[in-house]
Write a protein that binds this ligand. Structure first.
Ligand code: NAD
Length: 478
């Protein structure tokens, strides 16, 4: 029998977990639970991470974790347990199926059946932020080749094993040519390995608009962390209710399953919360541990219950619903329907094979990395780029010469426009005039000249080529 770590969480957590566990047990799934405490009480006991070392031990031992929502106390330096879990356990793939249950749950989109695959560890969520000048702060967007390859391959493997026809990639590579450009490039490379699955790419803004308007045009969508965070909520909401969606967070060794909503303290203890989101998370969990038939039985019983019009208050609608029930009674109705299939909605079929092996990152030959120059970022309160250029020219080394200055990414020297607004944050690009490979010592020389000339350097970025291809963007207007 498989043991799964389980936490009842806060707010409505215990009620919806109790309902979910009862349904799982009634389904005959070969699973037992090891309960741990996480969340509010643990935070309030003085543990700012919200999780004890014994709880970590259980999760790392059993490797599968079913978690009810928890309340993160505001202020006081408490860390979000969800973010801690994802990053500490390397749960890189966040999967969120969003399908509409028209006409039983009110939605504008009767045919929606979309799975969002969100990268869970990288992007702007690395949380590397700095104030660089009085007026300018920065957040680093980190996209890695292995991280992108893993999540994109995961999306295609998921599609392949779940009879999905198409994988779409959303990115903003028309603007972020290095970061989103890499993600899109890897998407094209990986897609070529799955000729049986259709693939397409959308710029994220118009893709998001299309998703909100015509979700039936999409099947599986893979995205970086931030786009996926926002658009998976949009996708869940337009199915009719965020209270109905579950999600999985999968890593190389551990996986965590949950509802997408929070602990809903406003309705806790009233037996009115909808347990469907957590139940959908539990269905993903049962599939993950190979209990596919139990997952199928529960999913179909749940569809049948929704179809019969037995609804919790959040989705109850006169004329469509037949019975308004509480959390417990909803669970009883699902249990009574175990073994039945929906009559109108499409029944699910889950294959009895094991979950797919997580994709491995392909080894690549090392590329040839060569140094061409450096971007020196300086804090200078002068509003005139020509004056800044004069000062920066005084720190040139023998080889490295000032080639360009940008402000907020826009070229302002040489030949800038008076209309361009300038802050006190200047990016000054030094290259050899012939753009040849340069010795790193030249950068040190530029920096020591800056020190001697009172130029306030706040950071540098080396300019490399990889196999002869420039690894840095041009200035806007360059
Ligand atoms: P929420 O999702 O808890 O609630 C938003 C609204 O949706 C509320 O009106 C609530 O009553 C309703 N709702 C949510 N789930 C429902 C359900 N199952 N049935 C019926 N109605 C439901 O969001 P919030 O109020 O912004 O956050 C409350 C707490 O939850 C916060 O402490 C937040 O940090 C935490 N949170 C936890 C998680 C998690 O553990 N994964 C996720 C999001 C928020």
């Amino acid at each position: 029998m498989k043991t799964v770590t389980m936490a009842k969480g806060d707010g409505i957590g215990p009620e919806i977990m109790e309902a979910t566990v009862r349904i799982i047990e009634a389904s005959g799934a070969d699973v037992q639970f090891d309960e741990i405490k996480v969340g509010k009480k643990v935070y309030e006991s003085g543990n700012t991470s919200g999780i004890s070392s014994e709880a970590w031990e259980s999760i790392r031992k059993h490797k599968v974790f079913l978690k009810a929502p928890i309340t993160t106390p505001q202020g006081g330096g408490y860390k979000s347990l969800n973010v801690t879990m994802r990053k500490t356990l390397g749960l890189y793939a966040n999967l969120r199926p969003c399908s509409s249950l028209h006409p039983y749950v009110r939605t504008k989109h009767s045919e929606m059946d979309v799975v969002i695959v969100r990268e869970n560890e990288e992007d702007l969520y690395a949380g590397i932020e700095h104030q660089q000048t009085e007026d300018v702060v920065q957040c680093l967007k980190l996209i890695t080749r292995p991280g992108s390859e893993k999540i994109i391959r995961y999306a295609f493997e998921y599609a392949k094993h779940n009879g999905r026809k198409k994988v779409t990639c959303f990115s903003k590579d028309n603007i972020m040519k290095q970061t989103d450009g890499l993600f899109h490039k890897i998407f094209d490379e990986v897609a070529a390995e799955y000729p049986e699955i259709e693939n397409e790419h959308w710029i994220v803004d118009i893709g998001a608009a299309k998703l909100a308007d015509t979700p039936e045009a999409f099947d599986v969508i893979v995205m970086q962390n931030l786009y996926g965070d926002i658009l998976s909520d949009v996708a869940a909401q337009i199915t009719g209710s965020v209270g109905m969606a579950g999600s999985s967070n999968v890593g190389e060794s551990v996986a965590m399953f949950e509802a997408i909503h929070g602990s809903a303290p406003d309705i806790s203890g009233k037996n009115i919360a909808n347990p469907s989101g957590l139940l959908r998370g539990a269905i993903l969990m049962l599939n993950h541990i190979g209990e596919n038939k139990a997952a199928e039985k529960i999913h179909n019983a749940w569809l049948r219950t929704i179809e019969e019009g037995t609804h919790t208050p959040d989705i109850y609608k006169e004329g469509v619903s037949t019975k308004k029930v509480g959390t417990k009674e909803f669970a009883d109705a699902v249990i009574a329907n175990l073994g039945k299939s929906p009559e109108q909605l499409t029944a699910v079929v889950y294959n009895a094979d094991k979950p797919f092996d997580l994709p491995k990152v392909k080894e690549r030959p090392a590329s040839k990395k060569e140094l061409l120059g450096v971007d020196v970022f300086v804090d200078d309160k002068d509003k005139n780029p020509n004056n800044v250029a004069e000062r920066l020219k005084s720190i040139e080394s023998e080889g490295l010469k000032l080639q360009m200055i940008t402000n907020r990414g826009v070229k302002v020297w040489p030949n800038g426009f008076d209309e361009t607004y300038c802050t006190n944050h200047w990016r000054c690009r030094f290259l050899m005039p012939s753009e040849e490979v340069v010795d790193k010592k030249e950068i040190v020389n530029v920096l020591s000249n800056a020190l001697a000339n009172n130029v306030d350097v706040i950071k540098t970025e080396n300019l490399y080529t990889f196999d002869g291809k420039k690894g840095f963007s041009l200035g806007q207007g360059q």
